[in-house]
Design a protein around this ligand. Structure first.
Ligand code: ZN
Length: 226
């Protein structure tokens, strides 16, 4: 074989190798994309929600654990706690969690206090906007007491819950985890309170256990409007 021919053969071989490499990379990518799509279709969505905060100590512990797990949740906070701990509210917002309104002073709606209840919702929306720069349209009425007529008037959407492990009256994290994980199903909204060390421990264990079972934790807007 003369020199010209050898060079030609080398070039053809190199081209062949380059084409094979490209095919390999592309097929690997498409297999990966297919895998991701299957995983997304397979995952069951579920939402963790935390009321009454932020707490000066436990909320940040919870945020740290959630960040480590790359999980987003929803916080229904009171206006008075937003004013007391604006830095923590900012951290919740910057971490990508959803923020909702839980009235200013945790007032329960009755037939006698409709006006002050609405006032509290408006005031809390204002203080949340002052800290995060964002409006919220989600409200968790304390004790679940709500008037459907307020929805249009306040332009707010109520978010109740489907699983209540009564975390506020237990110091047994394992019991709370069992109570949630034994009932959990797709599209559930879990009610917890980031006011206790037990709740933080239990919530992170719930995340680990349900993630293993194929659940994907989302903020409540994804469950209500998807
Ligand atoms: Zn509450």
């Amino acid at each position: 074989m003369n020199l010209k021919k050898r060079i030609l053969v080398c070039i053809i071989l190199l081209l062949f190798l380059a084409v094979m490499c490209m095919i390999g990379v592309f097929s690997q990518r498409s297999i990966q994309a297919m895998g991701n799509a299957i995983q997304e279709a397979d995952s069951k969505k579920i939402a963790l929600t935390f009321d009454d905060g932020p707490h000066p100590y436990y909320t940040q512990q919870l945020l740290k654990g959630l960040k480590e797990r790359n999980v987003k949740v929803t916080f229904f906070i009171t206006g008075q706690n937003v004013e007391a701990y604006p830095e923590i509210v900012k951290e919740i917002y910057e971490d990508g969690h959803l923020i909702g309104n839980h009235t200013y002073s945790h007032i329960q709606l009755t037939s006698q206090n409709e006006e002050s209840f609405k006032q509290e919702i408006r005031k809390t929306n204002e203080v949340i906007r002052e800290v995060t720069g964002q409006d919220t349209i989600y409200v968790r009425p304390p004790y679940g007491s709500w008037n459907k007529e307020f929805e249009k008037e306040l332009n707010m959407f109520p978010v109740l819950w489907t699983i209540d492990p009564l975390d506020w009256c237990s110091s047994d994290a394992a019991r709370i985890v069992r109570s949630v994980c034994s009932k959990a199903k797709e599209n559930d909204i879990i009610l917890m309170h980031d006011q206790y060390k037990t709740t933080v421990t239990a919530a992170l264990k719930i995340v680990d256990e349900l993630t293993q079972k194929g659940y994907e934790f989302v903020t409540v807007d994804e469950l209500l409007f998807d």
